[in-house]
Design a protein around this ligand. Structure first.
Ligand SMILES: Nc1ncnc2c1ncn2[C@@H]1O[C@H](COP(=O)(O)OP(=O)(O)O)[C@@H](O)[C@H]1O
Ligand SMILES: [Mg+2]
Length: 310
């Protein structure tokens, strides 16, 4: 199950400073990932914490499905929301299984159900249950700890998942791997996920939609491709960086811009699911300006140029 999350004119003002979050309105559709991105201090964490009421808004409301969070008992609310933070917060004196089982135990599940759920979740996040269940957090790598953190947040099958810079402490290679895993988990569980990052690449990779914040305000809320094609202003363009076109080509698939025209008989083939970046490299490698798409159709170099302007 997933629930839509609706921010309605939400403001948080801490005393004596400009609002940390300033009249934020946006909807995260059920079962989608919103990536909240912006520089340090722009209000991302405050935005997340207002969803599970670790912080109370000064104005506006957040609605989960049909229910305003301000009117839900905090205990019920937190049960509906998984929360993952940067330094995981695994309890060091508890085994992996015990860490994952915390919420199910609070909910009074029986032993057999808890054990089955722990094994199911470990498998889901890519850790073999037999070899990881009884280990302690300190014996795991950063990436493995982060996976346990995700498993723990999913334990009671909450419809909403909040993730605050969950991969910020990981090295770049582990980070990409864990990002891919999150996407593959999401294909199976279809939660509504709000993920905070200060890294635009991560936002583009993970978000069905990306929300760019600056100084408490929402600057742009759009799909990754739209953000890359039409950054609203110089601030958004700067967050994307100068390799905007490469990012765009790596985000779009061959299938999204190819034509149904048959390709010439002798040209190299490319998969429909390949990125346009891969297709472009193929063109450069082979010196051909058109490729055959596996299963029918073709991709011409002019399709790449059209794709980059939308
Ligand atoms: N408890 C607090 N008291 C006062 N100011 C706060 C508090 N929490 C956050 N802020 C301020 O609110 C702004 C947004 O903070 P935060 O949401 O943590 O930003 P981000 O997560 O984007 O780095 C910052 O200016 C920060 O200093
Ligand atoms: Mg933060």
């Amino acid at each position: 199950m997933a629930l839509r999350v609706d921010f309605r004119d939400v403001t948080k003002a801490f005393p004596g400073t400009p609002p940390a979050v300033d009249r934020l309105s946006l909807t995260v559709e059920a079962g989608t990932i919103l990536a909240l991105v912006g520089p340090s201090g722009c209000g991302k964490t405050t935005t997340l914490k207002m969803v599970n009421r670790l912080i109370e808004p000064s104005g506006g409301d957040i609605v989960l499905g049909d229910a305003p969070v301000s009117q839900m008992p905090v205990k019920d609310l937190r049960r509906m929301i998984g929360y993952v933070i940067q330094y995981v917060g695994l309890f060091p004196h508890m085994s992996v299984a015990e860490n994952i089982a915390i919420v199910p135990r609070l909910l009074g599940w029986n032993r057999a159900r808890i054990d089955a759920r722990v094994d199911e979740l470990l498998t889901l996040v890519g850790l073999a249950p037999e070899t990881h269940r009884d280990r302690y957090p300190r014996s795991l790598s950063g990436g493995q700890q982060q996976r346990v953190g995700v498993a723990r947040a999913l334990a009671a099958d909450p419809p909403v998942l909040l993730m605050d810079e969950p991969f910020g402490a990981l090295d770049p290679i582990t980070r990409v791997r864990v990002q891919d895993e999150l996407l593959s988990i999401q294909r199976k569980v279809r939660k509504t996920i709000l993920i905070v990052t200060h890294d635009m690449d991560e936002a583009i990779r993970l978000g069905d939609k990306v929300a760019v914040m600056r100084a408490g305000r929402l600057v742009q809320h759009a799909s990754p491709v739209d953000i890359l094609r039409h950054p609203r202003d110089a601030f958004v363009a700067e967050l994307i960086g100068h390799d905007r076109l490469v990012k765009l080509l790596s985000t779009l698939s061959v299938g999204s811009v190819m034509s149904a025209d048959a390709a010439p008989a002798d040209v190299p083939a490319v998969a429909r699911t390949a990125s346009l970046e891969a297709a472009f490299l193929r063109m450069l490698d082979t010196g051909r300006d058109v490729l055959a798409v596996e299963g029918g159709g073709s991709l011409h170099i002019r399709d790449l140029l059209c794709a980059s302007t939308g």
